[in-house]
Ligand binder design. Structure first.
Ligand SMILES: [Zn+2]
Length: 223
């Protein structure tokens, strides 16, 4: 429950349930879900998603008012505050509700093993180019590999240098997060990066199903 609003998080099990855990927090990102489910049919594992009627942002009722936040900005107090403020939804009690919901989602994720978040973006709105030298997010990156032959909207974002190397060698666009000094936006990559934990996000433009599935296979299929 968020305030007086039930918000459902579903867990789908494929095969024995062992293998990868794939997470989707933005319920509008349908290509990511289709690619994740395709891979899980191939290798087994779990698919975890926030059920939100295909909406990106989550809204709930608290104190007679509707509150809205971004479910990839709910893992740190600072990120929660700024996300609620963007939607004119901030109060201390609203922030507590969101923090509790974020912790609920974190408890569903494995302590060890492979957890990959899947996202989609719109053409030229957010891409690997934002992390290239002198671009707006360059300070957030400890490493960037750009393949000009690939769409810059299709890229991998990780806290882990071995994952970074693997995608670079496979010829994909990939960003290694600068874990210790990166800006606290409350996202899952920040939460895991600060805890020195493994985190990988596989992101493509909406509709790039085959590319997103191929990017998931780089990590998840045994050679
Ligand atoms: Zn997303």
């Amino acid at each position: 429950m968020l305030g007086s609003t039930p918000v459902k998080v579903s867990v789908s099990t494929y095969g024995s349930g062992k293998g990868a855990v794939l997470l989707k927090v933005h319920d509008n990102e349908q290509t990511a879900e289709e690619a994740a489910r395709r891979i899980l049919e191939e290798i087994g594992g779990q698919f975890i998603k926030i059920e939100n009627e295909s909406n990106r942002y989550v809204s709930f009722m608290l104190g007679g008012r509707e509150r809205t936040f971004d479910p990839n900005r709910m893992y740190t107090p600072e990120g929660i505050r700024s996300s609620l403020q963007i939607f004119n939804s901030y109060s201390a009690s609203a922030a507590r509700e969101v923090l509790d919901f974020g912790r609920f989602v974190l408890r569903l994720l494995p302590d060890t093993g492979m957890m990959i978040a899947v996202h989609n973006n719109t053409d030229q709105a957010y891409s690997v180019l934002d992390y290239s030298p002198d671009a707006k997010l360059s300070k957030e990156a400890a490493g960037v590999h750009l393949n000009p032959a690939k769409d810059p909207d299709d890229f991998v974002f990780t806290t882990d240098s071995a994952v970074f190397s693997r995608y670079r060698q496979a010829g994909y666009n990939v960003v290694l997060q600068r874990n210790r000094t990166t800006t606290d936006d409350g996202s899952l990559s920040i939460y895991y990066g600060r805890a020195s934990r493994w985190y990988t996000n596989i992101e493509t433009q909406f509709g790039h199903f085959e590319e997103q599935a191929a990017m998931l296979r780089v990590l998840l299929h045994k050679p």
